[in-house]
Ligand binder design. Structure first.
Ligand code: AHR
Length: 509
């Protein structure tokens, strides 16, 4: 007999509002994210501006909110002016972060216009690697100033008289990482971020600013970095960033499936550090988290196989970080989304890194089709269904051992409630055992189950590919059944499930 996970949902157990920014993504000038990803003039589906319509449709279906741009490591060597003005006059430059050639065919104007097409909001990063306060101010003036100046006149000449009104700004990228151009100590970065933030706010007080947190929780400076940076910037910024990537190591599927445990711990430690700085400064302000890079990434493959280092090799749009995602990877992405929703009170924004071709839910072939990776499905469904208020799901689940994280709950869950709609997200992260679900809804008005969808496969390593783009698709055949106030289902091993419920009409009358 499979073991049973008992989960209770109560509208009184409120975590916080699920902000739309939680379902953001990230497009970096890296590999084929931009060129032959979102932009490919001459592609059969390309529009007049060179954007692939097939990709636009998939991005819309994915349901991303804010999109962070243009990096990533790339931004720390980027001159934003290279990407504006007549395309034929734009310089080609070496991109040191990814050992590539940047043609600058796509820049601020093109990306903003693509984003308005996909219904996303632009989140810009400024270069605090090779540049500083002045260039950040120039970019902010160019992008946001409503009055006429030399820079805003250039913006108008370049086709955008109205301000871009960019609200979210990242103060550099991963400045603690030795790989980052212009990498600094926490003290030096903290001072630079504070100066930049103060100046940017003087120009546009309405912007939301993100200070760089650690580039991962495994950095030796993790914690101390956040404390020092926030001590300099606490009253000047809104968010501290978190970045994290997970992968399966050495066939340890059990630990990999429990990656959400690590995300929970990461968020809670950064929140504790931020709150400690706030307490020390006797501030009434609260710093929230922008988890602006998260995903599964087989970084070992990049480091050992794909990385370009040869002095004479600086390709344009090479195939880099093109991870092909399995069902297990998608289940982990589903579990990471559960962790984000469960921390909706403190995670104000998050960006799935990235969006197209580069560690991405959407893949393209130059001149050919675009398709959904396995990770597309949990993201799209969670973005569509997780609305309103996040509720704390009380989980009493069987537990199993993992080599890396010790004993973990075999089932994790998140729930949201928006008006009469309730959504529940579940992952069975046991590598081999099915688990019976008993979902107790007695604290809600009478419910009806309006939909359910699950991702599972007999082969947890099944993938979608150019040859077989629909090998893995979610199934509506979940067997979930609601009787009275108890919903039952069988959660297969290595599976992700979403349930969509509505208050029954009778309850409204
Ligand atoms: O998303 C890929 C890279 O990962 C980003 O450029 C960098 O910020 C992070 O290390």
């Amino acid at each position: 007999m499979p073991a049973t996970a008992r989960i209770r949902i109560d509208p009184a157990f409120v975590v916080g509002e699920v902000r739309r920014e939680l379902f953001g993504s990230f497009v970096e000038h890296l590999g084929r994210a931009v060129y032959t990803g979102v932009y490919e003039p001459g592609h059969p589906t390309a529009d007049a501006r060179g954007f692939r319509r097939d990709v636009i449709d998939l991005v819309r279906e994915l349901g991303v909110s804010t999109v962070r741009y243009p990096g990533g490591n790339f931004v720390s060597g980027y001159r934003w002016e290279d990407g504006v003005g007549p395309v034929a006059e734009r310089p080609h430059r070496l991109d040191l972060a990814w050992h590539s050639t940047e043609t600058n065919e796509v820049g601020l104007h093109e990306f903003a216009s693509w984003l308005s097409e996909v219904g996303g909001e632009l989140m810009l990063a400024v270069n605090l690697g090779t540049r500083g306060v002045e260039e950040a101010l120039d970019l902010l003036e160019y992008a946001n100033a409503p009055v006429s100046t030399t820079l805003t006149a250039r913006r108008a000449e370049n086709g955008h008289p109205d301000p871009f009104a960019v609200r979210m700004w990242c103060l550099g990228n991963e400045m603690d990482g030795p790989w980052q151009l212009g990498h600094r100590s926490a003290d030096d970065y903290g001072k630079l971020a504070a100066e930049t933030a103060r100046a940017m706010r003087q120009l546009d007080p309405g912007i939301r600013l993100v200070a760089c947190g650690s580039s991962s929780s495994s950095m030796p400076t993790f914690g101390a970095w956040e404390r020092t940076v926030l001590t300099h910037t606490y009253e000047l910024v809104d968010y501290i960033s978190c970045h994290a990537y997970w992968q399966e190591h050495d066939g340890d599927l059990a630990s990999f499936l429990a990656s959400g445990q690590d995300m929970d711990r990461f968020i809670e430690r950064v929140v504790a550090t931020a709150d400690a700085v706030g307490a020390e400064l006797q501030s009434d302000k609260r710093i929230d988290i922008s988890f602006d890079e998260w995903n599964v990434w087989y970084n070992d493959r990049f480091e050992n196989t794909d990385k370009i280092t040869a002095l004479d090799d600086w390709p344009v749009a090479p195939r880099l970080l093109e991870d092909v995602y399995t069902v297990a990877d998608a289940v982990v992405v589903g579990a990471l989304l559960i962790s984000l929703v469960n921390h909706a009170d403190r995670v104000a924004a998050a960006s799935l890194a990235q969006l197209v071709n580069v560690i991405a839910p959407i893949m393209t072939e130059p001149g050919g089709p675009a398709w959904r990776q396995t990770t597309f499905f949990p993201f799209a469904a969670t973005s569509r269904l997780a609305r309103g208020t996040a509720l704390r799901a009380v989980v009493d689940a069987p537990r199993h051992a993992t080599p890396r994280w010790g004993e973990v709950d075999s089932v994790v869950a998140a729930a949201t409630r928006d008006g009469d709609a309730t959504a529940v997200f579940l992952v069975n992260r046991h590598p081999t055992e099915a688990i019976e679900l008993e979902l107790d809804l007695r604290s809600l008005p009478p419910q009806r189950l309006v939909g359910s969808t699950a991702l599972h496969d007999a082969d947890p390593y099944a993938v979608n590919s150019l040859a077989e783009p629909d090998r893995v698709v979610p199934s509506a055949d979940t067997g979930a059944a609601l009787r009275g106030s108890v919903l039952r289902a069988t959660l297969p091993p290595v599976s992700w499930t979403a349930l969509e419920l509505r208050d029954a009409r009778e309850a409204v009358r």
